[in-house]
Design a binder for this molecule. Sequence first.
Ligand SMILES: NC(=O)c1ccc[n+]([C@@H]2O[C@H](COP(=O)([O-])OP(=O)(O)OC[C@H]3O[C@@H](n4cnc5c(N)ncnc54)[C@H](OP(=O)(O)O)[C@@H]3O)[C@@H](O)[C@H]2O)c1
Length: 317
Amino acid sequence: MSENIKIVIPEFGKPEVLDFVSEKIPEPQKGEVLVKVYFAGLNPIDVKTRAGLGWAAAQNKNNLPWTPGYDISGKIVSTGEDAQRFVEGDTVAGLIGFPLTAGGYSQYICVAEDDLSLVPDAVTLEAAAALPVAAQTAAQALSKAEVKAGDRVLILAGAGGVGHIAVQIAIAAQAEVYTTCSEANLDYLANLGAHAINYQFAAVSERLSDVDVLIDLIGGDVALDALKCLKDEARVITIPTITRDLICEKAEMLGFNASGILVEPSPEQLEAMLYMVGVGLLKVDVQPAISYKDVIEAHRRLETGHTRGKLVLDMRC
Ligand SMILES: NC(=O)c1ccc[n+]([C@@H]2O[C@H](COP(=O)([O-])OP(=O)(O)OC[C@H]3O[C@@H](n4cnc5c(N)ncnc54)[C@H](OP(=O)(O)O)[C@@H]3O)[C@@H](O)[C@H]2O)c1
């Protein structure tokens, strides 16, 4: 162990701007641990920030080069003063540095020990890196919507990172779950137990009505169309922040109870979700890991908006 390779955004732009830097491996400070990152999860916010869009880009525009990445899994290498929760070799995962600092696309990173969760043996480190942002967003959105047994829940984009977890949690809550996807994902989502609706065939508003809860993972015109599916006093949670105000305003004009969310990192919640994956109560669909050296290609894939489940970078050499 001699150097720490990190992926950086030196300037905002296309995937090709992504670059690598090599630096000294950091030393954990008081209350911190040094993690050797095995896998770093990718999220749409990474791509949007790289392109210079959204809040994280605005906040970091004078702070480039900047290392993206909020989801990590890996092993504890060493512990700083007063850090006692973990020992060397423990496997951990976390939602780190959200939303300002990030840094997960690194081979080594120092993290406050309280920000990490222990990964059970039954969970792969790929799955552990795929979970933090997506699973906590899904769980927090459904909790905010107070989804209960018998609710008719519409989840836009059920095949994506957040969507495929949200579908499973809503089904576990005994809701009647409807979700939109392309033809390629109809069977996939039906196998998760949802009523899958092909958005390529017709707008969802032409196919569904009397919905109690809308979980919007697309925003914009697609979300505005989905508002036509709702019954009186329905609840709307809109998750893409860029169109949040527009969707909330329109939904409220129509008499719905609408709000956005920004995921709140919770190591306890992540630990509970890792446990659920470990005992088979929750499936996390992770595509084969992509070498960190191919991060440009990984960003291109995510940017298509049509990846199924989650993408993770393998940060090891
Ligand atoms: N506010 C927050 O704290 C927060 C947290 C997490 C995520 N987010 C945001 O939430 C959104 C979803 O995140 P994610 O990680 O789930 O994204 P993702 O994994 O990139 O979503 C990809 C999925 O979207 C589906 N999709 C694309 N266009 C669609 C359409 N018109 N209708 C239905 N499905 C469509 C695709 O399915 P098909 O291939 O079948 O089309 C694909 O499987 C992003 O905007 C992200 O930035 C916000």
